[in-house]
Design a protein around this ligand. Structure first.
Ligand code: ATP
Ligand code: MG
Length: 247
């Protein structure tokens, strides 16, 4: 690993960048993933590289959805696998959710490399290799999912999802939880719960909320879900970006 002094003002950002680079070297992150990371970094910079209150509220609503779900699934791509594999496994365990590898640029090698990487980081079962289900309305390769995974999920967490697929998933009557630093991205716009935050903060934050809400009643969870307003969350995030981190 490279040495970055923790006192460096851009410590987290440099560490994140290094993880994505290592992901590309390991064959788990695509080169397009590097570009997505750059886009994300720009928004994170404008947000002050912090979890803004509206994003925390969204993470709490996401946790309530996960606890209410019959079959929650966390979708993992090459960026997520490179940036927060352990944290993703922890969230899946806390929420009793499946993990499914789902790639925009799907190749067998990359699918397998990500499955292996997640298992190295503590994942038990990882779905995505069967690919016997389809998301209706999108191009064949990009539509592939596991029928007993995302195909039959009632709640899906899709960090850094492409806009087209986010839209198609939303039309499948699933609760879609999107993590995306750009509140203007189509993915964030179509989400039931958009979390405008860096996945390296949002995933552990969701886990914390899941743990804290573990013993809540269905009524309490439903109230949290019902009180959440996606448009308000997106507006608050855009406001924060325009004012350098303050909502
Ligand atoms: P569309 O409008 O179709 O959604 P897009 O601009 O979002 O297009 P991509 O570049 O594929 O298309 O999406 C990458 C998205 O992921 C960007 O919105 C970027 O802000 C977000 N992103 C990148 N890295 C992170 C990260 N670490 N945490 C959260 N979001 C991230
Ligand atoms: Mg997007």
């Amino acid at each position: 690993d490279i040495e970055i002094p923790e006192s460096h003002p851009r410590y987290q950002s440099l560490l994140t960048r290094h993880r994505i680079e290592a992901g590309v070297e390991k064959g788990i992150t695509s080169r397009q993933g590097l570009i997505a990371q750059g886009r994300g970094e720009a928004f994170d910079y404008l947000l002050g590289e912090q979890t803004i209150p509206s994003a925390d509220e969204a993470a709490r609503a996401a946790a309530a959805h996960l606890l209410l779900a019959e079959h929650p699934v966390i979708s993992v791509n090459g960026n997520v696998a490179a940036l927060c594999p352990e944290e993703t496994v922890e969230l899946a365990n806390a929420a009793d959710a499946d993990i499914e590898v789902n790639l925009f640029n799907r190749t067998d090698e990359r699918m397998q490399a990500i499955v292996d990487h997640l298992r190295e980081h503590g994942a038990d079962e990882v779905k995505g290799l069967t690919a016997d289900g389809r998301i209706p309305g999108i191009n064949h390769e990009r539509a592939k999912v596991d029928a007993d995974g995302i195909g039959s999920a009632d709640v899906v967490v899709v960090p850094l999802e492409d806009g087209d697929r986010a839209e198609a998933l939303g039309e499948m009557e699933k609760v879609e939880i999107v993590v995306d630093l750009n509140p203007m991205s189509r993915s964030a716009q179509v989400a039931s719960v958009p979390i405008v935050d860096n996945i390296i903060r949002a995933v552990p934050n969701m886990t914390e909320h899941v743990r804290e809400l573990q013993d809540a009643t269905r009524e309490e969870l439903e109230a949290i879900v019902g009180d959440f307003d996606a448009d308000e969350a997106l507006d608050a995030a855009e406001q924060a970006i325009r004012s350098g981190g303050d909502e």
